[in-house]
Write a protein that binds this ligand. Structure first.
Ligand SMILES: [Fe+2]
Ligand SMILES: [Fe+2]
Ligand SMILES: [Fe+2]
Length: 480
């Protein structure tokens, strides 16, 4: 080591330019590091960790009531799926197939993630994910950077640096969420479980297997019985009337007599209502095992886009000084698809709807309304919403249509599945689940106040519900 350092010191780059492409110093590049075998073995464990994290985040989106957590889980699941792909690619560069990427690298590590997947409440889930799993993964990645040769293993270093950048964001979000949501009592109660998680990591020789493994794998606690996915959407108290179908935004949006500025409120409503798409897509992903990693990445990207569209709706209302709780953001679509259809039928419906958005009455029209409205944010959001939906149509072709065999069959099946979901406007009213309250006048009045405009009586009087319209609305989808 001494001798190498001295030699390195004598070696000068041309005119003192940064050597080695700027990767590192000669000393760092001269350091012995992980050989291919242990390097691949560690990469496979990071891959396994990201895969399980993606699974857990996705599985908990639908039944998580808190909107901010639902949105964050959507993003965090997607980011994990991207790192799964990068690590798979890197392992494929270092080894010939079979790569063994679908093997479980360690039983105690499997138990570690099984326990977090089965966490019986949100407090345990948050602490398990953001205080245990993600920091253990980040520590393993940091160790890799310390122990590998930065020149020889530069491609892994690059993958790991990107992963750590996003892991830091996830961990920071988790710390803030836990500070707000997990008090001292719940934390005290989960102490034995947190020790169990620590014991799992010790038994696995840490997440990367770099340490001597403790002898015994602990007994499972929450995962003693097999995990059962809960596909029923849940919402927090701000979603006051989730079966409400008292305002039909599509009829308003396509009425040439209505002004564009007021239509932006319906656009923001439609965007925010898209939170039902992640709830539904999460159920497809959670209940469709055995697909290639690229399927989960693409579906998770789309899922996150849909959550992002909902967030754009929230921002649209907020930027216009309107409390979005004045609108009734329903779960009718996700609830019904998740409880009445199989995962393939749900995907068929999604594909059918998204194809419909590409026509004349769809994303182009929404963007034009946004641009004409005088609210530049509405035009901007609709422009990106449209671009995302074009990507989603492609994802639908890549995974759903190809599984069905041909486009005509795929579309017909989506149409048939969606037509089976009959309008439940009267049903939910009779069951006493909602009164279909007309929330539009209060929302529009609040917006006019914020805009400093007098309400237009014709707009204020708008009162078209979903009664009598087909659930699928054929030409104008009621989700998108
Ligand atoms: Fe979409
Ligand atoms: Fe959408
Ligand atoms: Fe959208």
């Amino acid at each position: 080591m001494e001798r190498r350092s001295r030699k390195s010191m004598n070696h000068k780059s041309h005119r003192d330019l940064p050597p080695l492409g700027g990767l590192c110093t000669f000393d760092e590049a001269s350091r012995p590091g992980l050989l291919i075998e242990p390097c691949v073995s560690r990469l496979k464990r990071y891959h396994y960790a990201f895969k399980r994290l993606h699974e857990i985040f996705t599985a908990r989106i639908t039944a998580e009531p808190v909107y901010e957590l639902k949105s964050a889980f959507s993003l965090h699941a997607y980011l994990c799926s991207e790192h799964v792909m990068s690590l798979r690619t890197r392992v494929g560069e270092m080894r010939e197939p079979p790569l063994g990427l679908d093997a479980i690298p360690s039983d105690p590590l499997r138990l570690f993630f099984d326990e977090i997947l089965a966490a019986p409440d949100t407090a345990r889930l948050l602490v398990g994910l953001y205080e245990k799993a993600l920091p253990a993964l980040d520590a393993a990645l940091a160790r890799h950077l310390q122990e590998t040769n930065p020149l020889a293993d530069a491609p892994s270093v690059r993958v790991i640096r990107f992963a750590r950048l996003e892991l830091a964001d996830l961990i920071s979000f988790g710390a803030k969420a836990i500070a707000q949501l997990v008090g001292p009592d719940p934390r005290e109660q989960m102490r034995p479980w947190l020790s169990l998680l620590e014991d799992c990591l010790a038994a696995a020789g840490h997440l990367d297997g770099s340490h001597a493994a403790a002898l015994k794998t602990p007994a499972p606690l929450h995962s003693a019985a097999p995990y059962v996915y809960d596909g029923r959407p849940q919402r927090d108290e701000r979603f006051r009337d989730p079966w409400n179908q008292g305002v039909n935004p599509e009829v308003f949006l396509y009425d040439p007599a209505m002004p564009a500025r007021a239509k932006t409120l319906m656009l923001y409503y439609r965007r925010l209502r898209e939170i039902d798409v992640p709830e539904m897509m999460a159920s497809i992903v959670a209940q469709t095992p055995g697909k290639p990693a690229a399927y989960y990445r693409d579906m998770s990207r789309q899922l996150w886009d849909e959550a992002r569209h909902a967030l754009m709706g929230e921002v649209g209302f907020t930027a216009n000084g309107v409390d979005w709780q004045l609108a009734r953001i329903s779960w009718n679509w996700s609830y019904r698809l998740n409880t009445e259809c199989t995962p393939l039928e749900r995907h068929a419906v999604l594909y059918f709807i998204e194809q419909g958005l590409m026509g004349r009455n769809g994303k182009r029209y929404e963007m034009e309304v946004g641009l004409q409205s005088g609210d530049p944010l509405a035009g901007l959001f609709q422009d990106y919403d449209w671009a995302d939906e074009v990507l989603h149509a492609r994802i639908g072709r890549d995974w759903y249509v190809s599984a069905m065999g041909d486009p005509a069959k795929a579309t017909a099946y989506g149409d048939a599945c969606w037509s089976r979901i009959l309008n439940n406007w009267r049903g939910v009213l009779e069951e006493g689940l909602t009164l279909h309250e007309n929330w539009w006048p209060a929302l529009y009045t609040a917006a006019c106040q914020s805009w400093g405009l007098a309400p237009d009586p014709k707009v204020l009087a708008y009162h078209q519900t979903y009664e009598g319209s087909r659930a699928d609305l054929k030409q104008v989808s009621n989700s998108g």
